[in-house]
Write a protein that binds this ligand. Structure first.
Ligand SMILES: [Fe+2]
Ligand SMILES: [Fe+2]
Length: 371
């Protein structure tokens, strides 16, 4: 790798996206025809590809249905290869249009990225000029950059996956598993992603931010691992004493997260702040009546406001030992009531209302009946 690239990266932009931007600028010095670099991540569970990193911010208009891998023969073939492929947006398969983020670009060089043998996504280099002049040396340069981006992503993803696996293992050994099922966490993470995507344009949220909200939202209640099963599984309402014990799950969660971050030497990992914020603030309310700190309005980080609405929506619409699932419209009405009482973030609640069909789809696809 070029010494200049290494020295630029040594300044350590704090996000993966920042590092991709540095690489993109370096790449343009040798290949000015490349106007945009991006990366899509593959989610095996849902067989979908989602935008993850992007060298430029192109506005994101609302929720976009993700792209499925297996039903698209051209995509599926490419993901099994080692080398990249040059595609023309107008002339080739329509599926490649999903990779086009720069409105000016005409073609792209798309490279599959892997973690060992496992396919994890694509790196895409878009270009404006006629790609007929993309020489073999240029393709080699792009492949090298693609590999470097893939290494960066692999490194971060293995840290995050280690963390999530540890939490999952801890959960599986406790009664917490019966209370909050994996499906609750999966649904809630999907809802959080829909809300974050809806807010992306106004708050200029990157795809990386959205993806991290999705990954980290499921950590929100890790502190419940430390709450006794008699309280967690109590069929009726909790009394005052039990409720105050239940509320300690937030502080317990923060302690637990710090412990895991310490054990794995991840304390300084980028984006751990987002994990901390979600765990620490998912019971804070806009009017300051939440816990543990009674933060108000913008003092509550956006990722936590998103997680709170996603979590309450799922609590309302799923079955719990003490309640039946609420219909979708009733759940939205309840969120609106809480927002009018200044408990929930208005934009996050509007995101639920305006993406009702997407919420309904997640409710059906990840329903507890499918366990
Ligand atoms: Fe909680
Ligand atoms: Fe929850």
């Amino acid at each position: 790798m070029d010494a200049k690239v290494i020295s630029l990266l040594a300044n350590k932009p704090d996000t993966l996206n920042g590092r991709l931007q540095v690489l993109h600028e370096c790449l343009r010095q040798s290949l000015p025809q490349i106007t945009h670099s991006s990366c899509l991540l593959y989610d095996e569970k849902t067989d979908s590809l989602k935008k993850f990193l992007s060298s430029h911010h192109f506005t994101n208009d609302g929720y976009e249905d993700s792209l499925r891998l297996k039903p698209n023969q051209a995509l599926f073939t490419l993901c099994q290869q080692e080398e990249g492929k040059l595609v023309f947006f107008d002339a080739d398969e329509p599926v490649w249009q999903h990779f086009k983020q720069d409105p000016q670009s005409h073609a792209a060089f798309i490279i599959p990225i892997k973690q060992g043998q496992r396919f994890i996504g694509f790196v895409c280099f878009e270009m404006v000029s006629s790609p007929d002049n993309l020489t073999d040396p240029a393709k080699i340069t792009l492949s090298l950059y693609g590999q470097f981006i893939s290494m960066m992503i692999n490194e971060e993803l293995s840290l995050v996956n280690t963390l999530l696996a540890t939490v999952r293992a801890a959960r599986d050994f406790t009664d917490f598993r019966d209370f909050e099922t994996g499906l609750h966490l999966d649904r809630m993470a999907c809802y959080a992603r829909i809300i974050a995507t809806h807010l992306a344009k106004k708050h200029r949220l990157s795809d990386e931010f959205i993806e991290h909200v999705y990954l980290f939202a499921r950590l929100h209640d890790i502190g419940k691992i430390g709450i006794s099963d008699t309280i967690l599984n109590k069929p009726g309402r909790l009394d005052d004493d039990e409720r105050s014990i239940m509320k300690t799950h937030v502080i317990k969660g923060i302690d637990m997260l710090e412990q895991v971050l310490n054990d794995y030497n991840l304390v300084d990992m980028r984006d751990t702040d987002m994990m901390r914020n979600i765990v620490a603030c998912h019971h804070e309310y806009i009017d300051g009546s939440g816990y543990p700190k009674g933060l108000k309005g913008d003092e509550i980080p956006l990722e936590a406001r998103i997680a709170t609405v996603a979590d309450i929506f799922d609590a309302l619409t799923c079955q719990r030992p003490y309640k039946k699932p609420w219909p979708l419209d009733d759940a939205i009405a309840e969120l609106e009531k809480m927002q009018q009482a200044n408990k929930l973030d208005a934009e996050c609640v509007a995101a639920v209302r305006e993406n009702k069909a997407e919420f309904e789809k997640v409710m059906k696809e990840l329903s507890d009946d499918k366990k």
